[in-house]
Design a protein around this ligand. Structure first.
Ligand SMILES: [Zn+2]
Length: 457
């Protein structure tokens, strides 16, 4: 044992204790920001006011413009360093009056709503209903059994904490009318892509542009139709006024808190500002805009200014095909390597129950502390294998931007999603505040711990 060795041991011990002290300080700071965020109602008030003062914000409507103006004003009022808009142009789909009824043998109304992208009926269209269990069954159908008929797809969505039932059910909404139209159907109806038993039909976009009317029945109306069809041949009439009318230009609304040390490096978070027209866009996605903004404003406080830039984006027209998101990714293509990490909140306002990342390995040293601080919100870390950062982050993720995801309990999300029932009262304040706290914690680590993240660059 020589003197050099002893010196080395002493130095190593000093390094360890300095690191321990540093991580204690980080833990304390992160915990303080987490707890302050949980108590701060800025984000909750944002979604309350947005859904009250603007209401539904369907792309292309006059409320779309009011929503953009409102958001610019609110970001400015909250004190963001820089607030601006970027234009996003898309085909303007318009919904008019819509109704449907059973003609025979038992005349009665059905509650329906047109699917996004549907044409109108130009007067009413009537015919015998032919039922298919799912999209696959419709694809296999003999056109002779479909031509001139009212096609109905009965696929039922199941409930799941991560909304796993959606992907399997939503293909019927996305593609069904296109398949039915090719086979000569007169109209296309689906059971709503939703898990509720209320008489609210769920709208949503189609990926196809069929030349026949396409609409969703509320789940109880779908049940009713199936009971009728079990015993009788049923004739239904659909009368819908809808269609594309030219183009519309909306805007992504973007707000920055400029980083004090690495202003060009961006932590991007946000939600989408648009909604469907039936409810007031509270859980989809006023909540996401409110949660992420509520987290970001913690870093406008004195002594907590971020080292990196925190950018909140209220995306335009997510609902009709991530249109604002693709526009953002294109417009900012040259600086995507400066987007350090990105994530969106767009799954309602249920409590966060786990978090995941998809960042460079080896993971930064602060991850251990982050895991601990998040456990204070009962949110365990589930690994570095996130498959995306939310719908509007997909175009960035596809271009290599790193992501994290705060997984929300979405068991009731598809009860409300895209219906008239998506209103502010459905947001549970305590769960909302837990979200804000979790996002603020993430921002603290990603925006405030540059020395650790840049080490890997
Ligand atoms: Zn959404």
């Amino acid at each position: 044992m020589n003197r050099l060795f002893k010196t080395c041991v002493a130095m190593a011990m000093t390094t360890v204790s300095v690191m321990a002290l540093a991580s204690d300080a980080v833990r304390l700071e992160a915990t303080a920001i987490r707890d302050a965020a949980r108590a701060d109602l800025t984000g909750y008030h944002l979604v309350r006011d947005l859904t009250t003062e603007v209401g539904a914000r369907m792309p292309g409507t006059e409320a779309d413009k009011r929503g953009v103006d409102w958001m610019v004003k609110r970001f400015n009022a909250l004190g963001f360093d820089k607030v601006w808009t970027e234009p996003v142009t898309f085909p303007n789909w318009v919904r008019g009056a819509e109704k449907a009824w059973v003609n025979a043998p038992f005349k009665q109304d059905l509650h329906i709503t047109a699917l996004g992208g549907s044409v109108g009926t130009e007067g009413a269209v009537s015919g015998e209903v032919v039922m298919f269990a799912d999209l696959e069954a419709l694809k296999k159908a003999d056109p002779a059994n479909v031509a001139g008929k009212m096609v109905y797809v009965a696929k039922r969505m199941f409930r799941h904490i991560e909304g796993a039932g959606y992907g399997e059910a939503v293909v019927a909404r996305a593609q069904g009318a296109g398949v039915a139209a090719e086979k000569g159907a007169a109209a296309f109806l689906i059971r709503s892509i939703g898990t509720d038993s209320h008489r609210f039909p769920h709208t949503g976009m189609m990926s196809a542009r069929p030349n026949i009317v396409a609409a969703a029945l509320s789940n109880p109306d779908a049940d009713q139709l199936e009971r009728l069809m079990a015993k009788h041949t049923i004739s239904v009439t659909v009368d819908v006024n809808a269609g594309f009318q030219g183009e519309y230009t909306s805007h992504n609304v973007i707000a920055d808190i400029t980083g004090s040390e690495f202003p060009e490096e961006i932590i991007l978070i946000g939600g989408h500002l648009d909604s469907w027209d039936l409810g007031t866009g509270a859980i989809d996605d006023g909540a996401g805009v409110g949660i992420t903004t509520g987290a970001a404003v913690q870093f406008l406080k004195k002594g907590q200014r971020p080292k990196r830039t925190i950018r909140v984006v209220a995306f335009a027209n997510e609902e009709q095909g991530l249109i604002g998101a693709y526009h953002y990714a294109k417009a900012h293509e040259a600086e995507l390597d400066k987007h350090i990490v990105a994530s969106e909140s767009d799954f309602g306002a249920g409590p966060v129950w786990s978090w995941v990342t998809n960042i460079d390995e080896p993971l930064p040293a602060w991850m251990d502390v982050a895991r601990e601080v998040m456990m204070g919100l009962e949110i365990p870390y589930r690994g570095n294998h996130a498959t995306g950062g939310g719908p509007d982050i997909i175009p960035l993720f596809q271009k290599g931007v790193k992501v994290f995801r705060l997984n929300q309990d979405g068991r009731d999300y598809f009860d409300l999603h895209h219906t008239a029932d998506d209103t502010f009262d459905k947001i549970d304040r305590d769960a909302f505040q837990q979200n804000v706290a979790a996002w603020a914690t993430m921002l603290y680590f990603f925006a405030q711990q540059p020395e650790v993240v840049t080490e890997q660059k």
